[in-house]
Design a protein around this ligand. Sequence first.
Ligand code: PMP
Length: 431
Amino acid sequence: MNISESKRLFAKAQDFIPGGVNSPVRAFRAVGGDPIFIKKASGAFIYDENDNAYIEMINSWGPMILGHNHPIIRESVIQAMESGTSFGAPTAREIEIAELIISVVPSVEKVRMVNSGTEATMSAIRVARGYTGKDKIIKMIGHYHGHGDSFLIAAGSGAMTMGQPDSPGVTAGTAKDTLLAPYNDLEAIEELVRLNKGEIAALILEPVPGNMGLAIPMPGYLEGLREICNREGIVLIFDEVMTGFRLAPGGAQELYGVTPDMTTLGKIIGGGMPVGAYGGRKEIMDFVSPSGPVYQAGTLSGNPIAMAAGLAMLKYLQSHPETYGQLLNIGRKVSEGIKKINLELGYDYTVNQVGSMYSLFFTDQPVTDFESAKQADTGLFGKYFQAMLQRGVYLAPSQFESLFLSTALTDELIDKILEAHRESMIEIHKN
Ligand code: PMP
């Protein structure tokens, strides 16, 4: 495969952009080789600068649930553009998208739009702190909530991939207010609560974490967190930036029937534009300025073009509820196909899947938390990633990420993915 243009661009990019990329995982550091530079994307495919086509398994890290450049989103954006790109003043579309999110996401009674998942989680914990008058938060080891200071402590995703789960530049003062617990371990939460009685404002987690690779909540775990937070007056925040509108219309909270106090959203609600949101119970959200004392603002928040893209996406999902059955089918076909091929070849690697998200871990042990995820053979993953890329399948360039499938994957394309998987598994285990 000729990727000469990507190589040329990456060499040049490194002179002007730190590491040559605007977000670390894109640099392919964890898997070796040069990143491919993307020229365009359509449906199930992305195309690099040499016009090679790849089947998409990341889909912009989640937003492109219907595949790339979907006509309903494209047309909605083009139409919105006719009226201008930003006003910095309220618009009707913002009410429409807020109403739609509230009607679908169980925990959300009021919602504030922001510009990224990072802003959503940063703002949510500020509000939880303002509301409770307490400082400390609990986060799970290996979960990622964007690059806000409070979250860059034992963080997953790119931080884990780069081996920098704790970032220089985060002050000791900030770090001391972030308490850490392993995922899927209620006893650890009980212990933290005991040791920090009456001092914890919020517990934030990815209900179905995708940022240490995909892990699954054990039966009773989310319910247990809900009970502890009720008992202790802790604001329970589900970070559904990845899972919102993907695992079910109402996200993981709908799928597992556990309603948090606050929810953060992103990705799908922007239809590929830079959008995030945080929402929750009215009494908490009324603490947000200008109705309450907790300050949070944004020049481009609720941007008309971003709202048009997000609304087109959410309205489509609302009027096509069958999408979720399709996504589940696709997720099952791909992940079960992979498991079957692995077993035929004699490899009992762990595959975690929920709906249209899955991870193949290069370990035969179950992956339920950060420690078990770290047991995976990242060297072997790197070889697998390259072997799949050579065969035209674009995976997330790290063992510690989930894949995000779209409805654009036909049965024929799934067969191609599985064929590439079989060949890649044979190739990487050759010596
Ligand atoms: N929360 C979760 C669960 C995420 O997966 C991400 C990013 N992948 C974020 C927050 C941060 O979102 P953003 O990159 O838009 O700032």
